[in-house]
Design a protein around this ligand. Structure first.
Ligand code: IVH
Length: 818
């Protein structure tokens, strides 16, 4: 039998190991949520058995031992940890304890986000940054000053005046989500090591011995307190201290607030909880601190944490579960993404049973196998992902995973693109999976905006063969939609729960369904709707379905009148996002022209390179796609077509065509010589190596060109390109059109949350004034519009000295230029 002493011993060992791995090696042995549960168990046991207390118990000690790679720093004021509250009652207990001791009428607290990063202490002497250290075991940390100097948020010299001679500022170093995603995206493309979570990114980076490495990961900092203060004083309250720190140049979160009593604390918790997914960084809870310093001193400390502060935790963003299967999902462009089917687990308040594994390389890197215990992460609005395998818990007899050779949906071969991490189903639009995704994309808000046509309806319409291509959406009848809705809701018991019991549908104004949709039952659950028997539906179920069908028909109808850029985006051409679609529409003006253009011509549009141009060319070369466009154009009307832009005239000549066609070794200069010597594409095709040399090409380039012309329809491509060039030159107006808009030529970046208008609307308005709206800040950025909670982009703008506008200024500007 296990005695309490045995269990205490085991828990202490397990928790100490996990905490050392986490703090010293940035390794996660136990997910945070499990760690908290074990810690709670240990605390309860120790409380019940005071005779077994130990000063070395992880309930008393803080973090890990400092690593010997860095110089040690002894903290003048210890860096403590925080106690945790997991429920409203525990928060109420916390407040009651303070209330009982201080006996005040009301209690004011500073309520703050609890950022998930790494605690550090920054020491300033006479206003200059002199030393920065990790928490370590709370009394001794590591000197990571060199790495901290790489963080733009950390001032080297304090701003303003009136700082104490010695000031230690404490806070959290963290990695913003966008920086984390960008880092991992790059790592995945380059086959490098991906970071499990932003916290690991921050911790791992600070513990690099080479500051250049940590400089490559963009880290941020936010201040939440102070350590040693000498030769000066700070305000009497914590909130005023934070305001002061902000004036001295430290970032303090805008989410920090002063609230009163338990009700205020809990309201704050709910509010931040609701905003959690939309924040620019990960938080794992909120922190409440008694606001006045005198009260703090009166409360004092327990073993490793102050009695005047507590962390109120959110449901964890990482949990452990097991992989039941690894399947592949086929996307709109055929990309095969491996997905882990998991034993369902609640992650940050949502039940997760699927998680992305990104691509085959990622599976290999993590060595995820069916049967493995893994850690899944769900943060923000990012799709849940498997971040690591818990190696110690791997069962016997597992085997490494391999990409299947055939598409599970259509049976076509799955092929790997040369030089890329992507595997693709080669079935294109004959693959139902790709068709469904293509239709869902077509209907999506930013494309044709057919509101109400969700994934499950599309899936069924495609499976039942009612919708084969996007044009079929326009011939759907109201009756078909009505039946679709009723059948699918019948297959989803929760949708009917309120309408009638499982066995006896009530009599009434129901409609009789037959097997119009030819749905077959299968294990996927909601797809099962084999309705052999006529079913009567309650009148309110029918009423809801009727309204849905009417609205959908109206949405489909209003999408019949569309803008060219929307249609181009809606076609779902690989690499053609909204901004490319918009540029294509502006430069070429009509779908009739665009759909016949040989790919080199697309490169005349600034920002369109070889990859995007080839992708466009490939899409329009497929007879199936051309037929789909014909069918679509019989249903919709593009209202804003126009002649190709006059700007096309600049730089559009035969020499440029030869360059754009990416003939090996053909530079602009050589292309000009060739174009002069051989005045048409046909001349070029008829010519031989000797004539190329005569035209001025080096021998090997001439040979290369002759060889190129013989390959892969290159001759036809050149002839067609030359034809298209003539058409374009004939249609484009000779005069450059009037450049319009006060922001013509300016590049603007939007960041943070805007309140009066959405980012999309802001973007549209800025673009209407001629601005280009870009995704990242560079020296060329004209100005940055920073909303609330703006993160790394704002920092970068400030670092580069780029002008920053707040929302009010933007609104004023838009109003002035309306
Ligand atoms: S106050 C004596 N405030 O959470 C008070 N900590 O679980 C010490 N943290 O070590 C900490 N956000 O790394 C405080 N607003 C915040 C925080 C915060 C994140 C971290 C910090 C601390 C840990 C305790």
């Amino acid at each position: 039998m296990t005695t309490p002493a045995d269990r205490i011993e085991a828990l202490r060992r397990q928790l100490t190991q996990a905490s050392q791995a986490y703090n010293e090696r940035d390794e996660l042995l136990i997910p945070d949520a499990d760690y908290d549960v074990l810690m709670r168990e240990l605390e309860a046991l120790e409380q019940a058995h005071p005779e077994l207390a130990s000063a070395a118990s992880p309930t008393v000690t803080v973090g890990g031992r400092p690593s010997s790679r860095f110089a040690e720093v002894v903290h003048a004021v210890p860096m403590l940890s925080l106690g945790n509250a997991f429920s409203d009652e525990e928060v109420a207990d916390f407040v009651r304890r303070i209330d009982e001791r201080l006996g005040r009428a009301t209690l004011a607290f500073s309520a703050e986000p609890k950022l998930d990063g790494l605690a550090i202490s920054l020491r300033y002497e006479q206003g200059r940054f002199v030393l920065g250290a990790t928490r370590g075991d709370g009394s001794t940390g590591e000197d990571v000053s060199a790495n901290l100097r790489q963080i733009a948020d950390i001032p080297d010299q304090l701003a303003g005046s009136g700082w104490p001679a010695v000031l230690e500022v404490r806070g959290e170093v963290y990695m913003a989500r966008a920086d984390f995603e960008a880092y991992n995206e790059r790592a995945r493309l380059q086959g490098g090591k991906v970071l499990a979570n932003p916290r690991n990114g921050a911790a791992g980076s600070l513990r690099q011995l080479d500051p250049k490495i940590s400089a490559q990961r963009r880290l941020s900092f936010f201040a939440y307190g102070t350590g040693q203060v000498e030769g000066g004083t700070l305000p009497d309250t914590h909130s005023a201290t934070l305001a002061q720190l902000r004036q001295w140049g430290f970032p303090v979160s805008d989410l920090c607030q002063v609230v009163q009593d338990v009700t205020g604390l809990l309201a704050y918790y709910r509010d931040i909880g609701e905003r959690r997914d939309g924040l620019a960084f990960d938080i794992d809870g909120v922190v409440y601190k008694l606001d006045d310093r005198a009260g703090q001193q009166a409360m004092g400390f327990v073993a490793r944490a102050p009695r005047w502060a507590i962390a109120h935790k959110f449901p964890a963003q990482e949990q452990s579960t097991t992989v039941e299967a690894i399947e592949i999902q086929i996307g709109r462009t055929g990309a095969a993404t491996p997905v882990a089917r998991l034993a369902p687990v609640a992650v940050a308040g949502v039940i997760v049973s699927n998680a992305t594994l990104h691509n085959a390389d990622q599976i290999q890197r993590l060595d995820v196998r069916v049967g493995d215990a893994v850690i899944v992460r769900r943060a923000g609005d990012v799709i849940p992902e498997v971040v690591s395998v818990i190696a110690e818990r791997r069962p016997q007899g597992t085997t490494p995973w391999q990409m299947p050779t055939q598409c599970p949906v259509c049976g076509a071969e799955i092929v790997r693109e040369e030089g890329a991490a992507v595997w693709r189903c080669s079935g294109e639009l004959s693959c139902p999976a790709q068709r469904k995704e293509a239709i869902a994309h077509f209907a999506s808000r930013r494309a044709m905006d057919i509101d109400g046509l969700g994934g499950k309806y599309i899936e069924t319409l495609v499976e039942a063969g009612i919708v084969r291509g996007v044009a079929d959406l326009y011939t759907l009848s109201r009756d078909t939609l009505l039946q679709l809705k009723l059948v699918l809701d019948a297959a989803d018991p929760s949708a009917l729960a309120g309408s009638y019991g499982p066995h006896l549908p009530p009599e009434g104004s129901g409609i009789v369904l037959n097997r119009v949709l030819a749905l077959d039952a299968n294990e996927a659950g909601w797809r099962a709707a084999a309705l052999a028997q006529p079913v009567r539906f309650a009148w309110n179920t029918k009423k809801i379905a009727t309204r849905w069908a009417d609205n959908l028909i109206a949405a489909i109808d209003s999408s019949r009148e569309a803008r060219l850029e929307r249609v181009l985006f809606a076609l779902g051409i690989e690499h053609v996002g909204e901004s490319t679609a918009k540029a294509l529409a502006q430069w070429f003006g009509s779908l009739a022209l665009i759909r016949r253009l040989p790919w080199p011509l697309f490169k005349r549009v600034p920002d369109i390179g070889g990859e995007v141009a080839r992708s466009l060319g490939h899409f329009f070369e497929q007879p199936g796609n051309q037929q789909a466009i014909d069918a679509l154009m019989a249903q919709i009307r593009i209202g804003d077509e126009h002649a190709p832009s006059a700007k096309l005239r600049q730089g559009l000549d035969r020499a440029q065509l030869l360059v754009d066609a990416e003939i090996p070794g053909i530079t602009r200069l050589r292309a000009e010589k060739l174009a002069a010597a051989l005045p048409s594409a046909q001349d070029l095709l008829d010519a031989e190596h000797g004539q190329f040399v005569n035209a001025g090409l080096p021998d090997d380039t001439a040979r290369g060109l002759a060889h190129w012309l013989e390959q892969d329809h290159h001759g036809a491509l050149l002839l067609a390109s030359e034809d298209a060039m003539r058409t374009l030159l004939a249609q484009a107006p000779a005069q450059a059109e009037q450049v319009g808009g006060v922001l013509e030529g300016q590049t603007v970046v939007l960041t943070g949350t805007l309140t009066a208008l959405t980012r999309d609307v802001a973007k549209e308005k800025l673009e209407a004034l001629g601005a280009k709206v870009a995704g990242s800040v560079s020296k060329k950025t004209s100005f940055v519009v920073a909303g609330a909670e703006a993160g790394s982009k704002l920092d970068k703008a400030q670092a580069l000295g780029v002008e920053v506008w707040d929302e009010a200024r933007l609104l004023q500007f838009l109003a002035d230029n309306d």
